[in-house]
Design a binder for this molecule. Structure first.
Ligand code: OGA
Ligand code: MN
Length: 288
């Protein structure tokens, strides 16, 4: 097996060559990839012109693909595909006022995917199909390092505490469409530890997902929001962040258990089509 691994940042992100997502992945290859993934948190696989079906199939090598709980955003043809796109299933550009764009716009703030689920997603695989030239840079934070470097007054505040992760917060921050009663019942708010232990590496990381967090155990709402904001400001320092500038047919794999991400704005008149699969969580979040 000849994998070439090139680090993109001292703390997070590595480019991996020598993998073809259109072909079955052997057990040996998966063992090696998982090792490199745990070490680098975010992996970039260049030159992967996969179909949606091949993308989903490759995802199965890592775990079970998650199906998004709302009909918007999900691909009509391949339900495991989450469409991070300003072009609809029929190829029409959606304007920023479109409810789907309002909801996707929340990805311009730091978050981790599906943190509002009882078992949050383990990882995500994003395929760049039509790339933005005007922005649309995806940024990732190493949350292990953030936790280790947290100043004492913040460490004390998060230690042993839980934060609420609520999907419905999206409808309050973006003018995204309100969840229906059924959607709300299907995705009730969950309380998650603010410091978690990674089930594979055993390392501790800070676990917040600011677009979904507005309550913290034992705090008034204002104090909770201020804490989440202060933690976010600490986390987004350059030294913890890898910025991914896309090339068409990159596939980027990230670990939602120890990272946060966001996308920078881009010209809304420029098409940007990215298809994501999400890997179902391997179990409840482990408090550390
Ligand atoms: C995502 C996401 C970032 C991007 O796919 O989960 O947040 O670059 N997208 O579009
Ligand atoms: Mn995301």
């Amino acid at each position: 097996m000849s994998l070439a691994v090139e680090k993109m940042h001292p703390l997070i992100g590595a480019k991996v060559r020598g993998v073809d997502f259109r072909r079955p992945m052997s057990a040996d290859l998966m063992a090696e990839l998982n090792r490199i993934w745990m070490e680098n948190l975010v992996l970039i696989f260049p030159n992967q012109p996969v179909t949606d079906e091949e993308h989903v199939e490759a995802t199965r090598a890592f775990g079970e693909p998650e199906v998004f709980h709302q009909n918007i955003i999900k691909s009509r043809k391949v339900p495991e595909i989450f469409r991070v796109s300003n072009v609809d299933d029929d190829g029409n550009l959606m304007m920023p006022e479109h409810p789907t764009m309002q909801q996707l716009g929340s990805a311009r703030k730091w978050h981790t995917d599906s943190s509002y689920r009882q078992n949050p997603a383990m990882g995500s695989l994003l395929h760049g199909i039509e790339i933005s030239k005007t922005g649309g840079v995806t940024c990732f934070i190493n949350m292990y390092e953030v936790y280790e470097e947290l100043p004492n007054h913040l460490k004390q505040k998060v230690e042993g505490r839980r934060a609420c992760h609520d999907f419905d917060k999206l409808s309050r921050i973006a003018s995204a469409r309100k969840a229906t009663d059924d959607e709300r019942a299907a995705m009730p708010p969950v309380w998650q530890p603010m410091v978690r232990r990674h089930p594979i590496t055993g390392r501790k990381s800070l676990f917040i997902s600011p677009i979904y967090n507005d309550e913290v155990e034992g705090m008034e709402t204002t104090e909770a929001s201020e804490l989440i904001e202060e933690l976010t400001e600490f986390a987004e320092q350059d030294r913890f962040v890898y910025r991914h500038h896309w090339t068409k047919d990159d596939i980027v794999l990230w670990d939602n258990r120890c990272t946060m991400h966001l996308v920078t704005p881009h010209d809304p008149m420029e098409r940007r089509v990215m298809h994501r699969t999400t890997i179902v969580g391997d179990g409840p979040v482990i408090a550390a």
